[in-house]
Design a protein around this ligand. Structure first.
Ligand SMILES: NC(=O)c1ccc[n+]([C@@H]2O[C@H](COP(=O)([O-])OP(=O)(O)OC[C@H]3O[C@@H](n4cnc5c(N)ncnc54)[C@H](OP(=O)(O)O)[C@@H]3O)[C@@H](O)[C@H]2O)c1
Length: 243
């Protein structure tokens, strides 16, 4: 697919990595549906930035742990643009959950937001894509879905589940819709992370540097442009997995 031809819904696009993906695709000429949950002001700012690039952007709100919210947001976007060609599932939560303190609520929160959320967004966009015999779904997982961090078991398990879900959706939605995943390593440091942690994580990459949100956006762009890849994962981690 050429990117400029598409309507692309990016979840969690108010801030950080989702925002960077939306901006990169807008620069390539795509029309963007900006999804947010709570960051309303930032989402409006992203829309204004997208419009200043010269593209059309539309804002939708949804708590992706609520399937009805997700269906409503997708329906509004389809009403606005007539279709969604590409879904990028970037929204997620990432919370420290030390093993002995993990609660059932921690599990529910991570599975609901990071696994069920992308699934229900996919379920909502799929009928239109199937009807038009054309579409792509890109799930942003994490390298920790392949090699878990010990203090984040519910997060890692949800991201591992998302990789399996990606393969299942690729089978269900074949042959006209391609579904793939991206596993970033550290590309945007959390405001809660210390300088020491940052140094340690950097050391654990082969390339001796953290990535950038634009590195993830470049992988998204590649998956949109390539029409013969489905059910697979691109790791964007500077060699962290091999370290
Ligand atoms: N940052 C990294 O270095 C890194 C590394 C590996 C993987 N990843 C993955 O890359 C993606 C983007 O990373 P990020 O750091 O930009 O993520 P983030 O800042 O932690 O979260 C992105 C957005 O997810 C949205 N979100 C959270 N819970 C939601 C819910 N219940 N319903 C709807 N939206 C919800 C939030 O939207 P609102 O603010 O509008 O509420 C938030 O702004 C995530 O999937 C993450 O796991 C990131």
């Amino acid at each position: 697919m050429v990117i400029y031809d598409n309507v692309i819904l990016v979840t969690g696009a108010a801030l950080r990595v989702g925002r960077a993906i939306a901006l990169a695709l807008a620069r390539d000429g795509a029309r963007i549906v900006v999804h947010y949950n709570r960051s309303r002001k930032d989402a409006f700012r992203t829309v204004r930035e997208l419009e200043s690039i010269g593209t059309e952007a539309y804002l939708v709100q949804a708590d992706q742990t609520r399937p009805a919210d997700v269906r409503r947001a997708v329906a509004m976007a389809v009403k606005r643009f007539g279709r969604i060609d590409v879904l990028v599932n970037s929204a997620a939560i990432f919370e420290s959950t030390p093993f002995q303190r993990v609660t059932a609520t921690d599990w529910d929160r991570h599975l609901n937001a990071n696994l069920k959320g992308p699934f229900f967004f996919s379920q909502a966009v799929a009928p239109g894509m199937r009807r038009r015999r054309r579409g792509k779904i890109i799930n942003v997982s994490d390298v920790a879905g392949l090699k878990p961090y010990s203090g984040y078991i519910p997060y890692c398990a949800a991201k591992a589940g998302l990789l399996n879900c990606t393969q299942a959706l690729a089978k269900v939605l074949a042959p006209h819709v391609q579904v793939n995943a991206i596993c970033p390593g550290s590309v945007l440091w959390s405001e809660h992370g210390s300088a020491t942690q940052r140094r340690l994580v950097t050391q654990k990459t082969l390339l001796k540097r953290l990535g950038t949100p634009e590195d993830v956006a470049a992988a998204v762009r590649f998956l949109i442009e390539n029409d013969y890849i489905t059910g697979t994962t691109i790791v964007v981690d500077g060699g962290r997995l091999l370290y």
